[in-house]
Design a protein around this ligand. Structure first.
Ligand code: ADP
Ligand code: NI
Length: 206
């Protein structure tokens, strides 16, 4: 199916993404690296096609729309060009592009109703990186970048703590795979514990 061996295309893609990614400190190479690792782990347990999952994880945030004037098509187009230049076959390329087009939380309503197991694994991996200790760090980093309050009792939506209630605590119930659900459970509990402690400290109770 491929002109070069699987190991080669995955490591070449990792290098390409590392050197060509457009993002901030929440959507950077380390985010991609973590999603890639989670993807490998979940794909093995869920028996998803490893190469599709790995390439999709690596390419999923190659050009985030937030940093491309809201243009959602730049990332998938860039990924497609890369895969074609590596002679990945047409079907596989389309499969990967379809995954990266629709995995984001913002596009969850446009995603195909019947998700392939590979789609499910990549989406779970991306969402898991917004949860737990890493998710907390990313949220505050993004909030700082946007100049948001850490916590604002009068306007929760405008604070980073508000983001936990608007999005991060909802992710657990959006997991697709059994393995994703298991990992999400632990990360969710950690965020709940963190919020409990945070709010107690805020009131000077701890
Ligand atoms: P995706 O690209 O996966 O749909 P986002 O771009 O919305 O997700 O989020 C990327 C990271 O930035 C996540 O860790 C998310 O929690 C964080 N983030 C997004 N919006 C906010 C916000 N309003 N406040 C704090 N963190 C945010
Ligand atoms: Ni991502």
């Amino acid at each position: 199916m491929y002109r070069m061996n699987k190991l080669n295309i995955v490591s070449m893609t990792a290098n390409y993404v590392r050197n060509n990614l457009i993002g901030d400190n929440g959507h950077d190479w380390p985010h991609t690296y973590r999603v890639w690792n989670l993807g490998k782990r979940i794909a093995e347990i869920e028996k998803a096609d490893l190469i599709t999952v790995e390439l999709s994880c690596l390419l999923h945030d190659i050009a985030d729309a937030k940093f491309c004037n809201g243009d959602e098509s730049i990332g998938p187009a860039k990924a497609k060009k890369w895969l074609q230049s590596r002679n990945i076959d047409f079907m596989k390329t389309n499969e990967i592009i379809d995954i990266i087009k629709y995995i984001s939380f913002r596009k969850r309503d446009e995603a195909p109703k019947k998700k392939s197991i590979e789609f499910q694994v990549v989406q779970d991996s991306d969402r898991l990186d917004a949860m737990g200790a890493i998710g907390i760090a990313r949220a505050f980093s993004y909030g700082g970048f946007k100049g948001r309050d850490i916590y604002n009792f009068d306007n929760m939506d405008d604070s980073t703590i508000g983001h936990f209630y608007n999005k991060l605590l909802l992710l657990k119930d959006l997991m697709n795979t059994k393995t994703g659900k298991k990992i999400a459970e632990e990360r969710h509990n950690f965020m709940e514990l963190y919020l409990k402690q945070f709010l107690k400290e805020w009131e000077g109770e701890l």
